[in-house]
Design a protein around this ligand. Structure first.
Ligand SMILES: Cc1cc2nc3c(=O)[nH]c(=O)nc-3n(C[C@H](O)[C@H](O)[C@H](O)COP(=O)(O)OP(=O)(O)OC[C@H]3O[C@@H](n4cnc5c(N)ncnc54)[C@H](O)[C@@H]3O)c2cc1C
Length: 294
């Protein structure tokens, strides 16, 4: 399948932007292509990380094989259908008519958005949601400079985020790194590798303490460096209940023009459910855009 970076993509107003490269986002993009809609499909990686992890997929109609085989088949289909994937880690979705989507200062606009960003609980801890925008961040490049000369913590879900932790170390005086995987290594001398899993974030107006492995760390900020950004951190004002984006039957959220599909809307976490919701969201988003033109 053809892929491009966000820098190479046209930064214009699209009818629909799909955010998320997993099966929900893929199905939405495929449906929009078939509907001849004007859309852009954005995500960290085509087909997501989770798909590749499945040892054996036993519950997707007419498919027999593991996750890697599944991804290969999707790639073949995407290629045949002429889909284009735009690599981007979206760090903000600003509601309005139109919506504005950003990544490290680059931006584009869309009349409707389909949020298909999946879920990732790795590293989540008590208080995380309460301090979003008040010391809790998910984007080193966006917020790192705010912590110049300060002591912060970084919770890394996988090795691929070590570069972002190094980036943070370029601003912060000290970075306590909590790595939820084996074999972590850093070049920066001000990164302190810590034991224990973060369990709680405390503070007043802003973050002051991270609790991990029974110890308290005095920090001004905590960066969660993981594959999925929590929806409420991405789109301000989005209604989320028990970690799942609240949706209507047509996948509409409480924000007009913003639809959600897949794991991000809650259980069951399965490909079939994600694919079905992606399709429904694509039709609803397309109808919504048409209604704006009347
Ligand atoms: C080990 C394992 C095995 C599994 N086996 C099965 C199985 O056999 N059968 C089954 O039905 N289900 C299985 N599942 C569940 C299945 O993987 C999920 O239900 C499915 O992947 C959900 O698809 P999704 O598109 O909603 O989310 P995801 O697949 O999680 O895709 C979301 C994508 O969006 C990206 N993203 C997140 N935030 C942003 C952002 N800000 N900007 C850009 N991109 C972003 C993420 O990085 C990810 O690539 C398994 C899951 C795991 C972990």
């Amino acid at each position: 399948m053809k892929t491009q970076t966000l820098s190479a993509a046209e930064k214009r107003l699209y009818s629909v932007a799909v955010v998320g490269g997993g099966i929900a986002g893929y199905t939405a993009a495929l449906a929009l292509k078939n509907l001849r809609a004007d859309y852009i499909w954005l995500g960290r990686k085509p087909f997501g990380d989770k798909l590749l992890l499945a040892e054996y997929v036993r519950n997707f109609p007419a498919f027999v094989g593991n996750g890697a085989d599944f991804a290969k088949r999707l790639d073949e289909q995407a290629e045949k259908e002429g889909l284009v994937f735009t690599e981007a880690r979206i760090d903000g979705i600003y509601a309005g008519e139109p919506f504005t989507l950003t990544q490290n200062g680059e931006m584009l606009q869309a009349k409707a958005v389909i949020l298909a960003t999946g879920v990732e609980s790795a590293g989540s801890c008590k208080g995380e949601g309460d301090f979003i925008g008040r010391g809790v961040s998910y984007c080193a490049v966006c917020d790192g400079a705010l912590y110049k000369g300060k002591t912060i913590a970084a919770v890394l879900s996988s090795k691929e985020f070590e570069e972002e932790a190094e980036y943070l170390a370029g601003f912060a005086e000290k970075v306590y790194a909590f790595c939820l995987y084996k074999g972590a290594s850093f070049k920066a001398e001000n990164i302190v590798l810590c034991e224990g899993t973060p369990s709680e974030i405390r503070g007043g107006m802003r973050v002051s303490t991270l609790v991990a492995g029974g110890k308290e760390y005095a920090v001004s900020g905590v960066f969660f460096l993981k594959n999925s950004t929590p929806p409420s951190a991405l789109a301000g004002g989005l209604l989320v209940e028990n970690g799942a984006v609240k949706v209507e039957k047509n996948m509409a959220t409480n924000l007009k023009g913003l639809f959600a599909a897949g794991d991000v809307t809650g259980r069951p976490y399965q490909y079939v459910k994600a694919a079905g919701e992606g399709l429904t969201a694509a039709y609803a988003a397309s109808e919504y855009v048409k209604s704006l033109e009347k």
